[in-house]
Design a protein around this ligand. Structure first.
Ligand code: PLP
Length: 401
């Protein structure tokens, strides 16, 4: 007897969970699901073909590309559809396959998709300030030393662990000042976390921009790399020459439609959602500070005044002395709260956070790191219950001899 792949209901184990790990991924918005459905069903054509089904897919893809471009603040011809943030970052940093000649440069707090690519290419990693923002003096000195050998500078728009937002205009100014050659060294920004919360002006100064649909209410496995017209980029993936030769592989039309719709949904209510979620995040902060002895709000310890507004509204990063992230996460999960210690790829807390280390957070404090990240629908009741669960777990851990 054959079994069909009928959709499975959510297992009971997921009922009632409080998800405070939205920076890892966030649910697909209903509008996105319904916009994508026709492209998985009747309108399933391959946009590389020439017949009626294929032409329908081409039209849908063109339209999605226009909507993505409008939401990201670029021209449709500058949008390359990719498989997500990791591919976009690898492509921007490497410049293609084989990699562009020269030395890529990035900040020490970049996501591993950037950092590990820079390291794989023997690039340069620049230090950061106490808040994890690239050190302009060190960036300038590195670029002056490299001269024409610098191939790309990659600095993220907002950090995925701490939520700290970068002033990209000032980074672009440092790059321009220290690389006066023509063509200038391109500035890449990983806007994977920023795009869920910030206006496109936040990444406007960049020449190459990475985004990922699943961080903002779209599907997993699709993203975009914005390549400004003046930037030369060779393909990373070779094959059928799709995406005007910049990215081979059958384009995921449903995914592109999903990304376009998710970006539009985010843009439509960005102001009100950011304000509401920021207030809920601050409430969580206050509850935790009041109920957990010695708890440190990481960005405040590092010098950012409470409410200074240079942190994404959805992220609260804390460090809890005398507690190990891994055991804390285990107890939180038993209490029905999903969170993480660092980025989702290092969430098991089994490798320490390179972000906190680069910011100069002492290792004993960083060992008790906890990233709580809220989604657009996270409620006051959820954060109140999560704060109580954290306080309870910390008390239990501290009571062990
Ligand atoms: N860049 C940042 C800042 C991220 O937070 C992530 C995901 O955690 C990525 C890149 C990777 O994106 P994706 O999961 O789409 O490959």
């Amino acid at each position: 007897m054959t079994t069909t792949g009928a959709p499975t209901a959510a297992p009971d184990a997921l009922a009632g969970l409080i998800d405070l790990d939205h920076a890892a991924t966030t649910p697909v918005r209903p509008e996105v699901l319904s916009a994508m459905a026709p492209f998985a069903e009747q309108r399933y054509g391959n946009p590389s073909g020439a017949h009626r089904l294929a032409r329908d897919a081409v039209r849908a893809l063109d339209e999605a590309r226009e909507r993505i471009a409008a939401a990201l603040g670029c021209a449709p011809g500058e949008v390359v559809i990719t498989s997500g943030g990791t591919e976009s970052d690898n492509h921007a940093v490497a410049g293609g396959m084989p990699p562009r000649p020269g030395v890529p440069v990035c900040a020490a707090t970049e996501h591993h998709a950037v950092l590990d690519t820079v390291r794989a290419l023997d690039g340069r990693v620049v230090g950061v300030d106490d808040l994890g923002r690239v050190d302009p003096g060190e960036l300038g000195a590195t670029l002056s030393e490299l001269g024409r050998r610098a191939s790309v500078v990659s600095v993220m728009a907002a950090n995925n662990e701490t939520g700290v937002v970068t002033d990209l205009a000032s980074v672009a100014e440092v790059v321009a000042r220290h690389t006066p050659e023509v063509p200038a060294v391109p500035l890449h920004t990983d806007a994977v976390q920023a795009a869920a919360w910030l206006d496109p002006s936040a990444w406007a100064p960049a020449d190459l921009i990475s985004v990922s649909a699943h961080k903002l209410g779209g599907p997993k496995g699709v993203g975009a790399l914005v390549v400004r017209h003046h930037v030369e980029l060779e393909p990373l993936l070779h094959g059928g020459g799709q995406e005007r030769g910049r990215r081979s592989g059958t384009v995921d039309v449903a995914g592109a439609v999903g990304l376009a719709t998710a970006l539009e949904c985010v843009a439509a209510d960005r102001g009100t959602v950011a304000k509401r979620v920021g207030a809920v995040r601050d409430r969580l902060r206050d509850r935790l500070v009041d109920s957990v002895d010695g708890l440190v709000v990481t960005v405040e310890r590092q010098g950012l005044a409470r409410g200074a507004g240079r942190v994404l509204p959805g992220i609260l990063h804390v460090c809890i002395p005398g507690v190990e992230s891994e055991t804390l996460l285990f107890l939180l999960e038993s209490a029905g709260v999903c969170a993480s210690a660092a980025s989702s790829c290092a969430s098991g807390a089994d490798r320490g956070s390179h972000v906190l280390a680069a910011m100069g957070v002492p290792a004993d404090l960083a060992g008790g790191a906890l990233r709580l990240s809220l989604g657009s629908d996270t409620t006051e009741d959820e954060v109140d219950r999560a704060a109580a669960a954290v306080a309870d777990a910390v008390e239990r851990l501290r009571s062990f001899p």
